[in-house]
Design a protein around this ligand. Structure first.
Ligand code: CTP
Length: 412
């Protein structure tokens, strides 16, 4: 699962390092969002090294990816440890002037807060009032421990031990998932094979023919299938480590580069899969020959490349599908003067013979490497094609809707 760990500026910030470590050891992806004050206690390098993810404090980083909104939207759980009196007040007031408070304001995931401060601050009427207001809104505020504080004083206000914070936070998440009746469990006992990314065809030892697929949508689908209880095998074609970091524990990842490798990996995993989702952008052609040494340019002349066609992997999987297996294709369409994208998608679903097709509008560069997507899910029954779902939002949200649509078809 994707967990945001907010860290406010208190001396107990160092204990949050152990929270990151423990969550990661349990297989969760952790994005640390410290406040500026927190970085006075523990530096960004420490958080980045422990979490394996970038660290920012302000709302003006990665503006093109709308990060101040996306981090909260993509989170499955938000934990703030330690939370200072100041942070509790700002969250209570709905202030969003830094990345952490903006994240708390945008998330729909459960929020668990572990305060740490001096006893006087904890018992101050303002803090008592803020804590009560947050609890009334559904935020879980863990009681601070009692004991030695920063100075010579002691009393309630100590940050609970990292193991206790982790246990409490995971329990809150589990409870939330049960109560929400989300897709959890809908794919329990099923195996889902997902391909993601884009294949590359080498021209020589340093060059390749490739495409612009980042793998984000396929990884989000793999995550959504795992969250729905499936055993997931992800065949990742050239997907970067930071994108794969968003996967929940237990997803089995196989890395491939070329179309031939992708085909072999998918063929090998197909027999045990209940659902196959071909999300990867496959290079339709490859160079007829791969140069053993780096190709050198000739002075004046241009260059001609001879390409041969790659197999259609999806078509091959459809031909060797096992009884009851559901096969899902993707259609990345831009439309043409003669045909709209939905018309092209319906025709592609019939041509490819898969059961479901996810139409992805890639006109004007939409979809590639971006955080959001708009898709339409079509189902084929014989020669008739019907629309099952329409989804728009972050790739995580779209994936949950696609998985829900797929589950509805599976249970027909
Ligand atoms: N696909 C595949 N093998 C290929 C090409 C595509 O398995 N050689 C799969 C993709 O993973 C996707 C679906 O086929 O699930 C549609 O891919 P797309 O590139 O949109 O379609 P094409 O088959 O290339 O059709 P066209 O060139 O007509 O758009």
């Amino acid at each position: 699962m994707r967990i945001v760990l907010g860290v406010a500026g208190g001396i107990a910030a160092y204990k949050a390092c152990h929270v990151v470590r423990e969550l990661r050891e349990r297989g969760h992806a952790v994005r640390v969002v410290p406040t500026r004050a927190a970085l006075e206690f523990v530096g960004a390098a420490t958080w980045e090294a422990l979490s394996g993810q970038p660290v920012a404090t302000g709302v003006f980083t990665r503006v093109d990816e709308v990060e101040h909104v996306r981090i909260g939207q993509d989170a499955d759980l938000v934990v703030i440890a330690p939370a200072t009196a100041d942070l509790l007040a700002r969250v209570r007031a709905g202030i969003a002037d830094d990345l952490l408070t903006a994240t708390v304001l945008t998330t729909t995931a459960p929020v668990v807060v572990a305060p740490a401060m001096h006893t006087e601050m904890w018992f101050n009427a303002a803090t008592v009032d803020n804590v009560a207001a947050l609890r009334a809104r559904g935020v879980t505020v863990i009681e601070p421990a009692s004991g030695r504080l920063t100075g010579a004083d002691s009393g309630p206000g100590r940050l609970p031990e990292p193991g206790d914070i982790v246990a409490a936070a995971l329990a809150v998440h589990a409870e939330h998932a049960r109560a929400g009746g989300d897709a959890s469990g809908a794919l329990a006992g099923r195996t889902v094979l997902v391909s993601a990314g884009g294949t590359r065809e080498p021209l020589d030892p340093v060059r390749f023919l490739g495409n612009r697929s980042s793998g984000k949508q396929g990884v989000a689908l793999a995550a959504a299938a795992a969250q729905a209880g499936a055993q997931v095998r992800l065949v990742a074609a050239n997907v970067s480590a930071d994108i794969l970091a968003g996967l929940p524990a237990g997803v089995d990842v196989e890395h491939v580069e070329t179309t031939a490798e992708l085909e072999a990996a998918c063929r090998a995993a197909q027999p045990t899969a209940d659902v196959v989702i071909m999300c990867a952008a496959v290079s339709d052609y490859r160079p007829a020959e791969v140069a053993a040494h780096k190709m050198k340019k000739s002075r004046d002349a241009g260059m001609r490349l001879e390409l041969v066609q790659n197999p259609d992997i999806l078509r091959g999987l459809v031909d060797s599908r096992t009884p009851g297996q559901l096969i899902v294709g993707f259609a990345a369409e831009t439309g043409s003067p003669d045909a709209g994208i939905e018309e092209l998608a319906r025709a592609k679903l019939l041509r490819k013979g898969c059961d479901l097709l996810v139409l992805n509008d890639v006109s004007a560069g939409q979809a590639f490497g971006t955080e959001t997507n708009t898709v339409v899910l079509f189902h084929r029954d014989g020669d008739s094609v019907t629309e099952v779902a329409r989804a728009s939002g972050t790739k995580a949200e779209v994936s949950r809707d696609v998985i829900a649509g797929l589950v509805s078809v599976l249970s027909r």
